[in-house]
Design a protein around this ligand. Structure first.
Ligand code: NAP
Ligand code: G3H
Length: 478
């Protein structure tokens, strides 16, 4: 896969290089992690043609055989935890514990997917329960692959998010073209190598790396792509949805998850949970808590507890198991700093943070954030948490729902009736009660409303989305 850290793409069962390459530098210390190929249009065409050819034989392989290959891949992942985690720490500056957790969780995801795929069954439907039809017509419905799935992943989970697209697509009989984020591609190519080593046949999984500004639009609009499974920013997701036309898609996009704290909440455990939810991997998670909506009468107590927990966060390098590590690049840190500056200039109360060392932003907490500030609405994707005080539950729900995003929300309360009433009103994919927003466990449905995405992921849901119901109808002559 690589020679002297010059990484290659998986194409037709071989590792291939391209004329041009892209240097990948570490967000930790700017050292060179390696180079990846910058594929040309001709190379992209060759990949797509190759994926088309080999999809058919893969679909013909018994599901149990496809499942065995996925199980082998999961075992290989478990056996490569230290090595992969080291690369991830360097390439995306994720802390060691989170890297290890991501890899283990991915192995479990792949195993569960392999087993879930064995339950992919069709049905037969008689016609006579529809008015005017007799028993002489039967529809045989089978689940068939959609064809070529294009999997596009973001930088923040370079192992888990690609696998959560690749494994369900493969078990469903599709071939997969995997285009990882440029930063994160080296980790992602290692994942592809494990699928390859596990026995995924040639052409069934191919990878494409390169500059999205050059090949991205071409790839997503190619006529032979049958499904796009995208995770990334709302901006790019919406762009792809507009230009790709009539291709089925799953979009997992940005979020502005609210934690709503009612007066009767267990403040101690809520604060601990919120800080973990807001600041793990420096807030670079779609499901991070990105705003706190707290009832005024308990706001002071909550803030004291939040501050206590924030002080426990370790700031520094990924290999030292710090929760707060350098952001993915300086542009990302500049964006977070702009949001911090805007909040300060508009009168928010800075409680801690607003300290920066290049792309390392220290954990930052604001009180008295108001709805005229950018921080109330925009996704920082960094370690900054705004607290918005509210006077009623209705006000909290109204602010929560006024966001352009609708990924998840949390409600902290001991009153289950309040919790369910609020949950019923929140316009999000998932409401967590007394728990921080999070994706897992991965067989739960995971989706976003509004600008947070479309379609539903989750093991069974993902397999169903990337297969289709094909009907063959039999007319029995009397
Ligand atoms: P991003 O900049 O949108 O990039 C995502 C992917 O899209 C990358 O692989 C990128 O490749 C590719 N891309 C960019 N332009 C493209 C084009 N025109 N055609 C095809 N592909 C293109 O996102 P990111 O910065 O990596 O990730 C952070 C964002 O992802 C946040 O907004 C976060 O909320 C969101 N996210 C959402 C979820 C969820 O489940 N809802 C999960 C994780 C992350 P290059 O790297 O080569 O540009
Ligand atoms: O960044 C988006 C991920 O899908 C969130 O997963 O809740 O396990 O961090 P997580």
């Amino acid at each position: 896969m690589s020679q002297d850290n010059a990484y290659k793409n998986l194409y037709n069962g071989d590792w291939v290089t391209s004329k041009n390459t892209i240097d990948i530098f570490s967000p930790v210390d700017n050292s060179l992690v390696g180079t990846i190929p910058a594929m040309s249009f001709d190379e992209v065409n060759a990949v797509i043609a190759n994926s088309k050819i080999y999809q058919k034989s893969w679909a013909d392989m018994p599901i149990s055989s496809r499942a065995s290959i996925l199980h082998k891949c999961a075992t290989l992942l478990d056996g490569n935890i230290d090595y992969l985690s080291h690369i991830m720490q360097k390439e995306i500056a994720k802390d060691k514990d989170s890297c290890i957790a991501e890899i283990k969780k991915t192995a479990d995801f792949i195993r569960f997917t392999a087993d879930a795929g064995k339950h992919l069954e069709g049905e037969t439907i008689g016609a006579d329960n529809f008015p005017g039809f007799k028993k002489n017509k039967i529809s045989f419905v089978s689940k068939v692959p959609v064809g070529i799935v294009l999997a596009i992943s973001p930088f923040n989970y370079p192992i888990n998010l690609p696998a959560s697209k690749i494994a369900p697509a493969l078990i469903g009989g599709n071939s997969v073209i995997f285009k990882p984020s440029t930063q994160g591609a080296i980790s992602a190519l290692h994942l592809a190598a494990l699928f390859h080593e596990a026995g995924v046949p040639k052409g069934v999984l191919n990878t494409i790396t390169g500059k999205s500004s050059e090949i991205g639009d071409y790839l997503v609009t190619h006529k032979d792509i049958n499904f796009i499974n995208f995770t990334g920013s709302t901006e790019i997701g919406k762009h792809i949805a507009v230009i790709a036309g009539m291709v089925p898609m799953i979009m997992e996009l940005g979020g502005k998850d609210a934690a709503i704290i009612l007066s009767d909440a267990d403040i101690h455990s809520a604060a601990k949970d919120i800080v973990a939810g807001a600041f793990s991997y420096s807030g670079q998670r779609c499901t991070a808590v990105k705003r706190v909506l707290v009832l005024n009468d308990i706001a002071d107590d909550l803030i004291n507890e939040l501050l206590k927990n924030i002080k426990l966060l370790k700031v520094g390098n990924p290999e030292d198991s710090c929760e707060i590590t350098p952001l993915i690049d300086n542009k990302a840190a500049d964006y977070v700093q702009d949001l911090i500056n805007d909040a300060i200039s508009q009168g928010a109360t800075l409680l801690c943070g607003n300290k920066r060392d290049n792309n390392l932003i220290f954990p930052t907490l604001f009180d008295n954030v108001t709805t005229n500030m950018r921080l109330a609405w925009e996704e920082p994707f960094g370690p900054v948490l705004p607290v918005i005080r509210v006077n009623s539950i209705n006000e909290a729900v109204e602010i929560a729902n006024s966001s352009e995003y609708g990924l998840q929300s949390s409600v902290y309360t001991k009153n289950i009736d309040h919790a369910f009433n609020i949950a019923n009103q929140l316009e999000v994919g998932t409401v967590q009660i007394n728990n921080k927003p999070e994706r897992g466990p991965d067989h739960f449905p995971f989706s976003g409303t509004k600008s947070s995405g479309m379609g539903t992921q989750g093991i069974r849901y993902s397999i169903e989305a990337m297969t289709r119901s094909k009907a063959t109808v039999l007319l029995i002559n009397p």
